[in-house]
Design a binder for this molecule. Structure first.
Ligand code: TIU
Length: 227
């Protein structure tokens, strides 16, 4: 067992039953000139976490934890996109329209790809999800169950939208989740902080939080004990 010195109290997990969930690290949300920046968002807080997510991925791979990547995406015919989602915000450019990096949030479009630095490796799961949550209208729960996964580590963007929704969905399905706080980001730094606080308040009502350094330290300590 590995124990992280997390908030609100220590988080124990067995790496064989733990998956790293990397949520929506796709070009359109993070790169300058993508859909996110075109909407007027400051993408710099998102771009800033890329090296941390890369380190977290390296740790998970070195520790042989299963890695799951998600993309927020829709079928080319948009049959999996509720009209309400497409209308929301009354946008000049909607989901499915031609954006700066191809059709917006459509599978296969250049902007829908995961950043090359964080690209999935063979054997890792990639979930294309039409919702904000990773469990909605996907086979994620069945895939995790088939692997005996009970614990989830969350990273990605944005903290208060797709990461939080996915962590709440996981909580209701019985998973024990920890959000890696410096491997997540929001276009709104205040929302990032508020989300971390609300997920872990009330004795960890949704789960735990810890920075990457404390996760790395937990693995080092365990390695030291068994040496
Ligand atoms: N991945 C994700 O969070 N999708 C969003 O649309 N997030 C926003 O913050 N807009």
């Amino acid at each position: 067992m590995i124990t992280v010195d997390a908030v609100p109290y220590p988080y124990p997990f067995d790496r064989r039953h733990t998956a790293l969930m990397v949520i929506d690290m796709q070009r359109d949300f993070i790169e300058e000139g993508g859909f996110g920046s075109m909407l007027g968002n400051d993408v710099r807080p998102l771009a800033r976490i890329v090296p941390t997510v890369a380190q977290l991925l390296a740790l998970a791979r070195a520790q042989r934890m299963w890695v799951v990547h998600t993309r927020e995406s829709h079928l080319p015919d948009l049959s999996d996109c509720p009209p309400a989602k497409r209308r929301r915000g009354n946008p000049a450019l909607a989901i499915g329209d031609a954006g700066p990096m191809g059709r917006i949030l459509v599978r296969g479009a250049p902007g829908n790809q995961i950043l090359p630095l964080l690209a999935p490796l063979d054997g890792e799961l990639v979930i294309d999800k039409p919702g904000k949550g990773a469990f909605h209208a996907t086979d994620l729960h069945a895939q995790l169950q088939a692997r005996g996964i009970t614990h989830l580590l969350f990273a990605g963007v944005t903290t208060e939208v797709c990461v939080q929704t996915s962590m709440r969905e996981a909580n209701d399905r019985g998973y024990e989740s920890l959000i890696v706080e410096d491997a997540c980001a929001s276009y709104f730094p205040a929302f990032h902080l508020a989300t971390l606080a609300m997920l872990t308040a009330q004795g960890g009502i949704v789960g735990w939080k810890a920075p990457l350094a404390l996760l790395q330290a937990a693995f080092k300590e365990t390695a030291g004990e068994s040496a």
